[in-house]
Design a protein around this ligand. Structure first.
Ligand code: TYD
Length: 199
């Protein structure tokens, strides 16, 4: 089973993923915890390029999109697909839905570009995706409390509002796959709700 986790900044993805990881381990399941962009040494290097703040040269939106998919191709081939082939549960912090929400809805890139990449380079979509949804201000406050802001976290509220509508659109189009979780609830409640979709 391939499970992904989505949402804007500071909505508590990490806490939920850790709880589910512990839950599956306790149940004796083989479970892999991974993230995007990243998840392999090479893909983590691409992540550094994507998140670092470089004031000398602005990264173009197309470059951003292509780096996301370069990292994803490596991650799929080296980690996700082999783990699924071995019957493991894969918990992935962000996946292709983030590209739709951030690069298309957020940055304004065309859906055609994204579709081209998904069709050719994403052999497997998640079986279920949890979208942790909360008002943008709440998450941004939490992100700021965590310390130095990365290139995405430095974006304005209006950018994240657009990203949120991107997730909402996927949720509307694919309600079977993408489940919305109310991330304003206490972590234990978010966890229980997620579990209810898995049983
Ligand atoms: P992440 O480490 O999950 O950030 P956070 O912990 O703040 O949720 O992801 C890094 C950033 O990369 C995040 O701001 C979203 C962005 N991103 C995209 O823009 N497109 C993508 O396809 C992915 C996977 C991530």
């Amino acid at each position: 089973m391939f499970i992904s986790f989505e949402g804007t900044e500071g909505v508590g993805k990490t806490t939920l993923i850790q709880k589910l990881y512990d839950h599956f381990q306790f149940a004796g399941k083989d479970v892999v915890l991974t993230r995007e962009p990243g998840g392999t040494p090479l893909a983590e290097q691409i992540r550094s390029l994507l998140l670092s703040v470089n004031h000398d040269e602005k990264m173009s939106h197309d470059t951003e999109l292509l780096l996301m998919y370069a990292a994803r191709a490596q991650h799929l081939e080296r980690v996700i697909l082999p783990a699924l082939a071995e019957g493991k549960i894969v918990l992935c912090d962000r996946f292709s839905d983030s590209s739709f929400a951030y690069q298309c809805a957020g940055r304004g890139l065309s859906r055609d570009k994204l579709q081209l990449l998904n069709i050719n380079f994403v052999a497997k979509m998640p079986d279920i995706t949890f979208w942790l949804d909360a008002p943008i201000e709440l998450g941004m406050t939490r992100a700021r409390e965590r310390g130095a802001l990365d290139r995405f976290e430095q974006e304005k509220v209006s950018f994240f509002e657009k990203v949120r509508t991107g997730f909402e659109e996927i949720h509307q189009n694919e309600p079977e796959r993408m489940k919305r979780l109310d991330a304003t609830q206490v972590p234990e409640q978010v966890f229980k709700e997620a579990l209810s979709y898995l049983n």
